[in-house]
Ligand binder design. Structure first.
Ligand code: 2HA
Ligand code: ZN
Length: 271
């Protein structure tokens, strides 16, 4: 059996959380990541018959029975994952009863997965229906995206349109746009259900006055989606109070989308 601390998926979680912390997006225990793993890649490092303990999830994840995830821990700081992955991360498998998680590794101090597990697993289920290669769900509190929530209407067409105007590559990176939820109580099944509903249409969902969710095939793709929204939001926050002299026009966005061959939300443009 190989040493789990050398596993590429553990290293990816360490690098990503450290990077996000350094970007200032994940203060204290802010943010959480879940990453679906293949049984074959995990069994090189762990005895899949050895369940350390079971933890109730509090909701049905029928479509995910037997699926394995590496997930950040509740109350844990992204800042600390790099130095102590075994305490701050856990590897869980959804049990046959669909409401229990079997802990295979991690949460060494007796901890458990993120309080946002409902939103994560429900989002995995929703995205897998649209894209069977989806593996990653990421939640974070990117500074400018969050700032924009306070000064921009929380309407998904208007919010997406403004982001698309801020960087030329935006419509190409997230042609499907950004879903937006109003402020809601976090850590609940309700916000999980609302997020998953949006994930049927979007790979990015803003949680009003809280943060953002992203979903994708790889850690890079998912991080890249959020990073691009955050960059656009930063440009918006640097310019929103100034007279707008130039902008990327809707006709130019169409040109971009057509040139790069992306299927964009035509109803999010004003033409
Ligand atoms: O886990 O970000 O939404 C900390 C959070 C809750
Ligand atoms: Zn949060």
């Amino acid at each position: 059996m190989k040493d789990i601390l050398t596993a590429p998926f553990v290293k990816e979680m360490q690098k990503t959380t450290a990077n996000m912390y350094r970007l200032g997006w994940d203060e204290r225990n802010g943010g959480n990541i879940s990453y679906m793993l293949e049984e074959d890649e995990v069994k090189e490092y762990l005895d899949l018959g050895n369940v350390i303990r079971t933890i109730p999830t509090g909701f049905d994840a029928t479509d995910l029975i037997g699926k394995i995830f590496i997930v950040t821990g509740t109350g844990k700081y992204f800042k600390n994952v790099v130095d102590d992955p075994e305490t701050n991360l856990g590897i869980i498998r959804i049990a046959e009863d669909d409401t229990t998680a079997e802990l295979l590794w991690g949460y060494k101090d007796g901890g458990r997965f993120t309080s946002e597990l409902p939103a994560h697993l429900m989002s995995h289920m929703a995205r897998l229906k649209v894209d069977k290669e989806n593996r990653v769900v990421m939640h974070t509190h990117p500074t400018h995206t969050l700032a924009m929530n306070y000064v921009h209407e929380l309407d998904e067409k208007k919010f997406t349109h403004t982001l698309w105007e801020m960087c030329t590559e935006c419509i190409v990176v997230f042609p499907d746009g950004v879903g937006v939820l109003p402020w809601m109580l976090c850590g609940t099944n309700e916000i999980g259900e609302a997020t998953a509903k949006k994930m049927e249409e979007f790979r990015l969902v803003v949680w009003g006055m809280h943060g953002i969710y992203g979903a994708g095939k790889t850690m890079d793709e998912t991080f890249g989606l959020i990073e691009t929204v955050e960059k656009a939001a930063e440009i918006y926050m640097l310019t929103a109070h100034l007279p707008r002299v130039n902008t990327i026009r809707d006709e130019e966005m169409v040109e971009l989308a057509e040139f790069f061959g992306v299927n964009y939300r035509k109803d999010f443009l004003n033409i």
